[in-house]
Design a protein around this ligand. Structure first.
Ligand code: ADP
Ligand code: ASP
Ligand code: MG
Length: 412
């Protein structure tokens, strides 16, 4: 039997009624002749609630226990989905990550998948089971501890299963009907894309577009998984949603494909550090050791041998970053006068493979922000993206202004 992977996100399994609706979709694919692997997220809001419990209990928590707690939301929906399918006379059972076993490394809270043995589930398909329901987001480390794949990780579970089982397609059912030029919830002119290139989706995801987890796009690209994003609330035909595919398969070519934003940014400034060889290594070494994901970096021009060093990192890593810097200061590895954390910033980015061949895209972006009176705090660029750090209160305005400036509501 051909295999299909169907992933249902949090809003698509938020209530028992929605689980029933999702199960009906699964039942239809079984009737179409597929053996189906269903990957489920936790009910909407559940994972946030669990993360909140951990944060309140232990701000600088042991990540192994964090994973033990936050992985549990998916266990509930996996069991409920299997029960719902059984009630519909569809032979189904649930698997938690460790039962598959979905083997990961030991990087807790951001684990990477190492291996997914298929024999266990294939044997059940061989015995007439039609649907394997697998709890997304979770796995097991070499030490036998429960791991999670990072927020939004069920997307990655889904793509990894599609690759491991050679699935015909990996369908990601969510609360929007595809990938848009930007988040349709903050820009009403956002346009649904029929197709998007892996490279662009990868950048959009890593810059904050949470419709797909970055790692899921990486895996789909590497293992050539047919990846589709579609709505779990609408009727879909075979052309519904957005197909994430190779660049060559796309005719449309705007310089900019989309705009992404990330609320989850903090700007940290080390005030008056000695400007001498090795200073960057002395700062960013301890940050890396502490597991801080540094994104943008700016070193100011120095005056009298002192300079300010600014970097950005996720908001929830500010405490870790501060601890790492204070530790390095105490050990005499760095000296600075002050460490200022600004959590009222956000990152807005434009992405497009067309930028490789279009000049002046960044200049146009900066002009659009200037016209709105938005001050740019930090800039970074790569071949196919430009990102700026700006005050959080301007986030929506900036996204809408950039969407207008690059006329993303129109097809090329
Ligand atoms: P799920 O729970 O199904 O995994 P997520 O909330 O993780 O869903 O992802 C879907 C959300 O991603 C949408 O509701 C939308 O607000 C957001 N989003 C951000 N950028 C985009 C984009 N470019 N296209 C579509 N959705 C986007
Ligand atoms: N439930 C997890 C989260 O909210 C994983 C997922 O939904 O993909 O991050
Ligand atoms: Mg998600």
């Amino acid at each position: 039997m051909p295999i299909l992977v169907m992933k249902f996100g949090g809003t698509s399994v938020a209530t028992l009624d929605r689980i029933r609706r999702a199960a009906k979709r699964v039942g239809r694919e079984v009737a179409n002749g597929y053996d189906v692997i269903v990957i489920v997220s936790a009910m909407a809001g559940e994972t946030n609630k669990l993360v909140g419990y951990v944060d309140e209990t232990s701000p600088l928590y042991d990540a192994r226990e964090y994973d033990a707690v936050v992985s549990s939301g998916e266990n509930v929906t996996a069991g409920l989905m299997a029960l719902t399918l059984q009630e519909m006379d569809v032979p189904a059972r649930s698997w938690q990550g460790w039962q598959v076993p979905l083997k990961t490394n030991a990087a807790h809270a951001a684990a990477r998948i190492m291996e997914i043995p298929t024999d266990n589930i294939m044997a059940k398909f061989g015995e007439g089971m039609k649907v394997a329901v697998v709890a997304g987001f979770q796995g097991v480390s070499p030490e036998g501890r429960i791991t999670t794949l990072g927020r939004g990780g069920s997307d990655t579970t889904a793509v990894a299963f599609a690759a491991a089982f050679g699935a015909e397609r990996c369908d990601i059912y969510t609360d929007v009907d595809g990938v848009y030029t930007t988040d349709p919830r903050i820009c009403e002119k956002a346009r649904k894309l029929e197709k998007i290139a892996f490279e662009e989706m990868l950048e959009l995801a890593s810059l904050g577009a949470k419709v797909l987890q970055t790692r899921s796009v990486e895996l789909a690209m590497r293992f050539k998984v047919r990846l589709r994003v579609l709505s779990s609330f609408e009727d879909n035909d075979e052309h519904a949603g957005t197909l994430v595919c190779d660049e060559e398969d796309i005719v449309e070519q705007n310089a900019v494909a989309g705009v992404a934003y990330s609320r989850d940014e903090a700007k940290m400034t080390l005030v008056s550090v000695a400007d001498k060889p090795g200073i960057a290594a002395a700062i960013f070494g301890p940050l890396a050791d502490a597991g801080v994901n540094v994104d943008m970096i700016v070193q100011n021009i120095s005056e009298e041998g002192r300079t300010d060093m600014t970097f950005s990192c996720p908001t929830n890593q500010v405490a870790r970053a501060r601890q790492a810097m204070e530790g390095a200061k105490d050990r005499g590895e760095i000296e600075y006068n002050d460490l200022i954390a600004d959590t009222d910033v956000c990152k807005v980015s434009i992405v497009g493979i067309g930028m490789r061949s279009h000049a002046g895209v960044a200049a146009k972006m900066f002009a659009a922000l200037r016209d709105e009176g938005i001050n740019i705090r930090v800039i970074t660029t790569s071949e196919i993206k430009v990102s700026v750090l700006i005050d959080r209160k301007y986030m929506e305005l900036a996204v809408q202004a950039l969407h207008d400036t690059f006329e993303l509501e129109k097809t090329a």
